[in-house]
Design a protein around this ligand. Structure first.
Ligand SMILES: C[S@@+](CC[C@H](N)C(=O)[O-])C[C@H]1O[C@@H](n2cnc3c(N)ncnc32)[C@H](O)[C@@H]1O
Length: 216
């Protein structure tokens, strides 16, 4: 898609216009609001890790929901537009070997209650490549959750529909009390194959062991 066409599509998107009118940095805010209304993933005072935070639509929802007693550690290659007293930003690549440990340190060496990943690769337009790169980011989010998410904690992780996703989902069902695939209203509008895996109530550590072998 050309940049001009992308900008025209964005201008005509009601979710983009709603986000602008309501002061959210991006339409992604409504994806998390939809998930929060149904599954109560976030709570007042929670510690949250947000992977792929820029420009900060989801981040602003997390910051408002956890309140001043909570904390959100935001991770992205780019600094988010959204800022607040309860947000700490780490500018880094989630694939960095040290990422889980730097996140843990930013959390004050406490494990978080919720991990959200809306990280997306730079899309090439070649569907198989884009789907696989998105899958790799989702799997990386689960590897990070293994280190930084407490037992009983929740995850919300973005993927694109593909065959391998069923394998990841089956694995998740062994590690979370409840797992659901969620397609949000802003995604439906775009007719995209984006889907979020919501996992509630982490049961044990070690969920990401061998996960990469499942998607090869
Ligand atoms: C769809 S945007 C996120 C939107 C954001 N969650 C919001 O609510 O406004 C995807 C983000 O993922 C980030 N990203 C992609 N790959 C990454 C990586 N390897 N490490 C860190 N961030 C990454 C991009 O920089 C981009 O800002």
């Amino acid at each position: 898609m050309t940049k001009a066409r992308w900008l025209a599509e964005r201008r005509s998107d009601p979710w983009h216009r709603k986000a602008k009118a309501e002061g959210y940095p991006s339409r992604a805010a409504y994806k998390l609001i939809h998930i929060q209304q149904r599954y109560r993933v976030l709570g007042w005072g929670d510690l949250v890790v947000d992977l792929g935070s820029w420009p900060g639509g989801m981040l602003s929802v997390e910051s408002q929901t956890v309140g001043p007693k909570g904390l959100v550690v935001a991770v992205d290659l780019r600094e988010p537009v959204f800022r607040a007293g309860n947000v700490v930003f780490l500018q880094m690549d989630v694939n960095d070997e040290e990422a889980p440990f730097e996140i843990l340190s930013a959390l004050g060496n406490r494990r978080c209650d919720v991990l959200v990943s809306d990280a997306s690769p730079r899309f090439t337009g070649v569907r198989d490549v884009d789907v696989f790169n998105q899958l790799l980011l989702g799997v990386r989010a689960l590897e990070i959750a293994d280190v930084v998410l407490k037992r009983g904690g929740n995850v919300v992780i973005k993927f694109l529909e593909c065959e391998e996703l069923a394998r990841v989902e089956r694995r998740l069902r062994r590690w979370f009390r409840f797992v659901k695939r969620v397609v949000t209203p802003p995604t439906l509008r775009k007719r995209s194959s984006e889907v979020f895996l919501v996992g509630l109530g982490k049961l044990a550590d070690g969920m990401s062991e061998g996960l990469r072998d499942l998607i090869r």
